[in-house]
Structure formats: C-alpha cells, structure tokens
Design a protein around this ligand. Sequence first.
Ligand SMILES: *Cc1c(COP(=O)(O)O)cnc(C)c1O
Length: 341
Amino acid sequence: MKIRPNIQSLIPYSTARDEFHGGDISIWLDANESPYDNGVNRYPDPHQKHLKQAIAQLKNVSTDNLFIGNGSDEAIDLCYRIFCEPSLDNVVAISPTYGMYAVAAAINNVEVREVALEMPNYSLSTAKMLAATDENTRLMWICSPNNPTGNSFPLSQIEELLQCFQGMVVVDEAYIDFSSQTTALSLLSRYNNLIVLQTLSKAWGMAGLRLGLAFADKFVAELFDRVKYPYNINVSTQEEVVKRLQSEPHDLHVKEICEQRDYLRQVLPTLSCVEKVFPSDANFLLVRVSNTDDIYAALVRSGIIVRNRNHIKGCESCLRITVGTPQQDEQLLACLKRYSI
Ligand SMILES: *Cc1c(COP(=O)(O)O)cnc(C)c1O
C-alpha cells in the first residue's frame, strides 16, 4: 500500500481537547468557545466516541476499524487525498457508476480510468479492471450494489481484485441494506487493502444528517482520522444519530421498500413505454423507456422527478427511479400509463 509522502509525515492538528487527559474539569477555558450554554456552544467531540461505539456495536466491528465522515462523500475525497499524488497517480473505476468518484478525482487532479461494465447485465470483468491498472494506480472503485445500474457484484470477484491488485480496493456499499448479497465487511480481517463505504443516507433514512462510514484496517482508519477536518461531524448530528439508533431500528422501512421495489419491477414492464427494467439490489430501478426525454418531461409536468440517465454513457434511454411510498409509486405508474396509450 502506497501513501502520499506528505500524508505519511503529516503532523495532524491537535485540538484543545486532545491535549488534556483525565481530571475532573468543570471550567473549560481552552478553546475560545462561548461560555454561555445554548446546547451547541461547545465544539463537538473530534473522535466521535459515543457515536463510534454505537455504530461499531451495530455493525459488529471494532471502533478501530471505523471512520465516520460528513457523508460518504468525505470518505471518497479522503481516499484521493491520502493515496493519490495529484497529476501523477490514477484510479480505476467501473462505468457507469456513482458520479462522485470522478468529481472528487477531478478536484484532486487525479486521472480516472473507466472500465465499462459488460452488457447485457452490467457484469464486472475483473480481468479488464486489472488490465487497466499500471504502477501508478492507487485505488479501484467498486460500487456494489452499483448506482445507477442496481446490480451487485459477487464477493468472489471483489476478493479476486483484493488479491491481485496492490492498491486500495474501495467497495461502496451505500445500498447494501437493500441487498441480499453479503457485505464485503466479511473480508475486512483478511485484506488490509480493503475500504468498505456505507452511509446513513439511504436505508437508515438520515440523508439530512450527513453521516458516512468507512470500514478499513486499523492503520488505514487512523490515516482517515488524521487527515479529516478535526470537527467534521457536528454536535447535532452526533447526538441525533445516537438518539435515533437507541430509539428505533436503523433499517425501519427497508423491508417495505424492497417489497415495493419488487412490485414495481413486476408492474413496470407491463406498460408499453417501458422497454426493460434491470434487476436491482438497491432502492431504485434502472428503467429503459421509449422517448426518454419526453417521458421525463411528462413526469415533471405531473410533479414527479426521477433521475434522467439518458445522456450517461452505458445508460442510454434510461431513467433511474427511486422507490417511493406505495401512494407515490401508484402516481408514478398512473403517469407512465397515461403516456403509454
Ligand atoms: C447516495 C450514495 C452515497 C451516499 O453519499 P452520502 O454522502 O453518504 O450521502 C454514496 N455512494 C453511492 C454510490 C450513493 O449512491
């Protein structure tokens, strides 16, 4: 594993709270905060101790293997900042996939080598992934279940990449709770070049709180913690997430959403404007329709927004439709039905 030399030698910012240990302190005059208690006048815990314990317990991992970011997007950016030398190193990613890997690469001035998934099912060729690497390839991006195609990749293929590729293999499992596939977390103890990303934004229903998880070898998790902004998770988010995890199951509506997804997958193909519905392990469906841009516009006129992927390479003529509540989905179907006549 190759780490950028400046990160290897980095002396991280030491917060006011890092420099004191123990003692029974009641007067905090160390961080230039306001002394007047309004619930948020103090800086958040930079180490997110309570939050980390709650999540590690839920996920059955050690807190040493867990990094918590301001959304997965922070973890994605940190992967570049830790492992990739701008304008020198490169990464390999499947295509089509989640757009943030390429945006974060562009911001960090790192080349992305895209490997097209195989049609007709968007399957993964490990041979092509490996063939796209060279001595400057530092990361491999595998999103599974993949956004926007919805399918997941066999763990055996991910394991093959972990064994054959020397750099970091990042497996983005934002949609894993909707999938019957086993999580790559099961490989964590055996591969120190594995990073698994998960998020509270989808199945956990907390997109507004901005919390992303990265699971990795202790050494890698420590690197993430050293490079992140010291106070990346605010007080309200830390408290709110701990509170919610104590009071309700984290995957409250997952079963309903999966049932509703499977229902839509049955019904959508009966509409004449629908050409194909791709199988999905996630909470959305990739749907190929006739006259894609017209149908998108018709849905908008009905007050329904879906994601138009017509102009994305590999997703031509496709809409990505998030599974809604049963009522919302009936409205979607009614609108598509009107368009089908
Ligand atoms: C939605 C999504 C995320 C979530 O990002 P957050 O910053 O945690 O909200 C991550 N990866 C993929 C592939 C996604 O679709």
